[in-house]
Design a binder for this molecule. Structure first.
Ligand code: BTN
Length: 250
């Protein structure tokens, strides 16, 4: 994948900008990176806190040649890439289905994948926020979020270089994206996700679905990345979209 980087000091949302670029014909591999977002977006219409210099705010345009039903694997692929990036900086993450990257149950990174209709076909904008420092966290996320600076086993007094994080992230996305599109790519992504996530199986969870809430135990992923949850009556619910919470300490 050819990477082109569009860099901003300040922008509303890198995802919004990348989507506009995709509509205007941007090729796959266009990355939008900002030091600050004034309207950073999370899932379910939430805000993504994006103070200047506190995080990496990154979006990439992809034009994947895969069947629509397998598009959710793009989010899993990105989770793997973010996980591998964090490991390079001495952080021990976990991935909570579908796209939360956690350390000690606190969120260190979020992923927002959005599809965009363009004249040359469907594009996917994958947005990634990675917390670099916890110093400017507002009160409402101070107890539930964390950052590379707070979690790294290897960082000394030297400040974390955002460019180093960005460079690793781009390299891992390129690597795992090629794997996804290659032979057996879909099952490789599922296998690698499994190795990195404690949520793959045997985790007691509550899942908030558009239709209500279920509780059960995770039971692997479907071929398209949907989460299987075994409920106490023995039936399996296939979760295509929903919010997962761990039920008790385990
Ligand atoms: C989540 O809710 O967990 C997803 C958060 C995604 C945040 C990133 S920051 C870069 C990109 N631009 C946005 O507006 N959102 C994503």
């Amino acid at each position: 994948m050819n990477i082109t980087i569009l860099r901003f000091d300040n922008i509303d949302s890198t995802n919004t900008e990348a989507a506009n670029q995709a509509r205007q014909g941007a090729d796959e591999g266009l990355c939008v990176i900002a030091s600050q977002q004034t309207a950073g977006r999370g899932r379910h219409g939430r805000t993504w806190v994006s103070e200047k210099g506190s995080g990496l705010y990154f979006s990439i345009v992809l034009r994947p040649k895969i069947e629509t039903q397998f598009l959710p694997l793009i989010t899993l692929m990105t989770g793997i890439a973010v996980y591998d990036t964090l490991k390079e900086f001495g952080v021990e993450p976990d991935i909570k289905w579908v796209n939360d990257i956690l350390v000690r149950e606190r969120k260190i990174s979020g992923i927002l994948a959005e599809t965009v209709e363009t004249a040359t076909g469907l594009a996917v904008v994958v947005g990634i926020g990675i917390n670099l420092t916890s110093r400017n966290f507002p009160d409402e996320i101070a107890d539930i979020a964390t950052s590379i600076e707070s979690e790294s086993m290897m960082m000394g007094p030297r400040a974390l270089d955002p460019l180093a994080v960005e460079t690793k992230l781009v390299a891992f996305i390129g690597y795992w994206y090629e794997i996804l599109l290659g032979e057996n790519g879909r099952s490789e992504i599922i296998q690698n996700w499994r190795q990195r996530s404690s949520y793959f199986s045997g985790k007691s969870v509550r899942v908030t679905l558009p239709t209500g809430t279920i509780e059960g135990t995770t039971d692997g992923l479907e071929k398209n990345g949907a989460l299987r949850v075994k409920t106490p009556n023995g039936s399996v619910t296939i979760v295509q979209a929903g919010d997962v919470e761990k039920l008790r300490s385990q």
